[in-house]
Design a protein around this ligand. Structure first.
Ligand SMILES: Nc1ncnc2c1ncn2[C@@H]1O[C@H](COP(=O)(O)OP(=O)(O)OP(=O)(O)O)[C@@H](O)[C@H]1O
Length: 310
C-alpha cells in the first residue's frame, strides 16, 4: 500500500518554482530517500505532504486519504524530525520529550513511559536532566529525534537529521533510523549526503530543481547510467605500450594511470579476461584488482550534469 502519494504537485514561492509537477509514491515499510542538493525542493516536498504548505496544483494522499490541517488522528500516526532542531531551551531533555508526548494526547502515565523509552532509544539517559544549551550538536540532534518519535509513529519524516554533527553521533543516528524501520516505521529521509542515502535507503528519488529526475532502488538507478564500471588494477610498473593496448580492447572506454593504479572504465558487465591477458602478455605484475559499480554520486552527475555538493 502507498503510504504517501504525490500526483503532479506544483508549489511556487513568488517566482521560485519549488516543486515542479512532482509525483512520487512511498510504500509501507520503506526507508525512502529523497536526495538532492540545497534548494532542490526536499523540505517543500515534505511540507506539502504534511499539509504545512498548500500545493498550487496536484493531489497529495497520506495513508490513502488527504490530510485536513486539524486531523489529529492522522497526525498522531506521523512523526516529524525537522531540519532545524526544534526544542525548548528552558525545558530539560526529559521535559522536552515529555512535552511532545503530551502534545499527542497521551495520559501523564503513558507520556512518562513513552518519554523513558524514547530517552533510552536515542541513548540520552545520562543527559536527561540537562537543558538544550548544555548539549553538543550531536546530542541535540538526538533530542530532536526523540521528540519527533516519542509517540511511536508509523510514518516518520526525517529532514537532514545528521547535518553538522560528529561522526559518532551520525552513526548512532543512522543506526536509530534503521532500528525504527526494522520495528515497522515507514521512513522518508531527506539528505544531500550521498553516502548516507546509499547506506540507508531501500529506494531513492533524486530531486533537482523541484523535479524528480530519477527514482528507484540503488541498483535501478545505477543501471540507468550508461557508464560504467571502473576496474582498478594495482601494478608494480608500466610497460611502454600497456596503456595503449588496454585502451584498444573492446568495451574499454578510458584508461588512466595514477601510480600505482591503472583505472580502466569499462562497459557494464565486461569480462575481465582480456584485461588480465594483456597484463600477462606485457609481463606486468599486478597485486590487486577491484571493480566498482558507479556510486550514487556518479549517477547524480550523469543525470544532472553537476555534482551534488555544488
Ligand atoms: N517559505 C519559502 N519562501 C520562499 N521561498 C522558499 C520557501 N521555502 C523554500 N523556498 C525556496 O524553494 C526552493 C526549494 O527549497 P527547499 O527548502 O524545499 O529545498 P531543499 O531541497 O529542502 O534544500 P535544503 O537542503 O537547503 O534544505 C528554494 O529555492 C528555496 O529558496
Amino acid at each position: 500500500m502507498s503510504i504517501i502519494s504525490l500526483d503532479h504537485v506544483t508549489k511556487r514561492f513568488g517566482d521560485t518554482l519549488a516543486l515542479n509537477n512532482l509525483s512520487l509514491n512511498v510504500e509501507e515499510g520503506e526507508l525512502f530517500g529523497l536526495l538532492g542538493p540545497n534548494g532542490a525542493g526536499k523540505t517543500t516536498a515534505i511540507s506539502v505532504m504534511l499539509n504545512l504548505y498548500e500545493a498550487d496544483a496536484g493531489s497529495i494522499q497520506i495513508f490513502g486519504q488527504s490530510m485536513p490541517k486539524d486531523e489529529l488522528s492522522i497526525k498522531r500516526r506521523v512523526g516529524i524530525v525537522p531540519q532545524h532542531v526544534s526544542v525548548y531551551d528552558q525545558l530539560t531533555v526529559y521535559e522536552n520529550i515529555q512535552f511532545f508526548a503530551e502534545l499527542y494526547g497521551f495520559s501523564p502515565k503513558e507520556a512518562k513511559q513513552k518519554t523513558e523509552a524514547a530517552i533510552a532509544f536515542v541513548e540520552l539517559d545520562a543527559h536527561q536532566k540537562k537543558r538544550p544549551p548544555e548539549l553538543s550538536g550531536g546530542l541535540l540532534r538526538r533530542l530532536n529525534i526523540a521528540c519527533g518519535i516519542v509517540h511511536e509513529p508509523e510514518l516518520i519524516f526525517m529532514d537532514e537529521p545528521t547535518v553538522a554533527i560528529d561522526p559518532q553521533s551520525r552513526n548512532t543516528i543512522l543506526e536509530n533510523i534503521r532500528e525504527l524501520n526494522r520495528r515497522g516505521a515507514t521512513i522518508i529521509y531527506t539528505s544531500h549526503y550521498m553516502e548516507e542515502v546509499e547506506l540507508l535507503c531501500d529506494r531513492i528519488a533524486i530531486v533537482d530543481e523541484g523535479k524528480i529526475i530519477a527514482e528507484g532502488t540503488q541498483d535501478e538507478l545505477k543501471d540507468r547510467v550508461m557508464t560504467l564500471e571502473t576496474a582498478r588494477i594495482k601494478v608494480d610498473a608500466l610497460t611502454p605500450h600497456l596503456l595503449e593496448r588496454l585502451d584498444a580492447l573492446d568495451h574499454v572506454q578510458k584508461v588512466q594511470y595514477e601510480e600505482p593504479y591503472i583505472e580502466v572504465s569499462l562497459d557494464k558487465d565486461t569480462p575481465l579476461a582480456p584485461l588480465l591477458d594483456t597484463l600477462h602478455q606485457e609481463h606486468v605484475h599486478f597485486t590487486s584488482i577491484t571493480v566498482d559499480r558507479p556510486s550514487l554520486n556518479t549517477v547524480f552527475l550523469a543525470l544532472t550534469g553537476k555534482t551534488l555538493r555544488e
